[in-house]
Design a protein. Structure first.
Length: 220
């Protein structure tokens, strides 16, 4: 067994179908959001100087003019592994309400025993460190952004996003779990109810809308 496990781990790193945690050096966005862009400045509820590496919620620090947006030199990488959102939600306590109301009353076991919630077709979109520094200098040179930056960073953490991981949210019965036909049918019947609750609670989209599930950040 010890010789098999490393082979499986290496295989999953190269396949988009192997959902794991967030990529090394990244932080989960919980819940996933649309509209987050690499190179821009964001504030969080975290205290200034925080060294947290757990799930993060981001709010745009200041409006960015089109002249800056269109000048940013983005880069992309494809074939990034799927991201397991259930582990992200569990770490932030976000899945508890959905699990209690949609699953526990009708099934035995944990939510993750039956279902998968992941970001699929993930693409990494990023800027170089040099580009990030250049955009940062342009942003804080603008009066409105400079004032917001000075006001926020005294109390809360401010980050510049270096990279985003974008994909489609998938929810469904766990594949290859060996469920009986009856249990599979029961689980599939519950899917619409759970999806609707996830949409309401976390504004998740299951219709192909690209969402950001993880980011790499630079403390500013």
């Amino acid at each position: 067994m010890r010789r098999i496990v490393p082979s499986v781990a290496v295989l999953c790193l190269g396949l988009a179908g192997c959902a794991g945690g967030v990529p090394f050096g990244a932080r989960a966005v919980s819940p996933p959001e649309t509209g987050i862009r690499a190179a821009l400045l964001y504030t969080t509820p975290e205290r200034a100087g925080s060294s947290s590496s757990g799930p993060v919620s981001l709010s745009l620090l200041c409006n960015v003019p089109d002249s800056i947006l269109t000048s940013i030199a983005y880069q992309s990488e494809s074939s990034v592994a799927d991201i397991d959102l259930l582990s992200t939600f569990s770490a932030s306590g976000g899945i508890t309400g959905v699990q209690l109301s949609a699953v526990s009353a009708e099934l035995q076991g944990s939510f993750s025993s039956y279902y998968e919630l992941k970001l699929t077709g993930v693409t990494k979109r990023y800027v170089s460190q040099e580009e990030a520094n250049a955009v940062f200098s342009r942003l804080v040179a603008r009066q409105g952004c400079a004032n917001a930056y000075a006001g926020e960073r005294a109390a809360r953490a401010v980050y510049q996003v270096r990279a985003i991981y974008v994909g489609d949210v998938h929810f469904g019965v766990k594949r290859d779990a060996g469920f009986s036909a009856d249990l599979t049918a029961k689980l599939k019947a519950l899917e619409p109810k759970i999806k609707a609750q996830l949409k309401r609670a976390y504004n998740l989209s299951f219709n192909g809308t690209k969402m950001v599930g993880a980011v790499e950040t630079i403390p500013r």
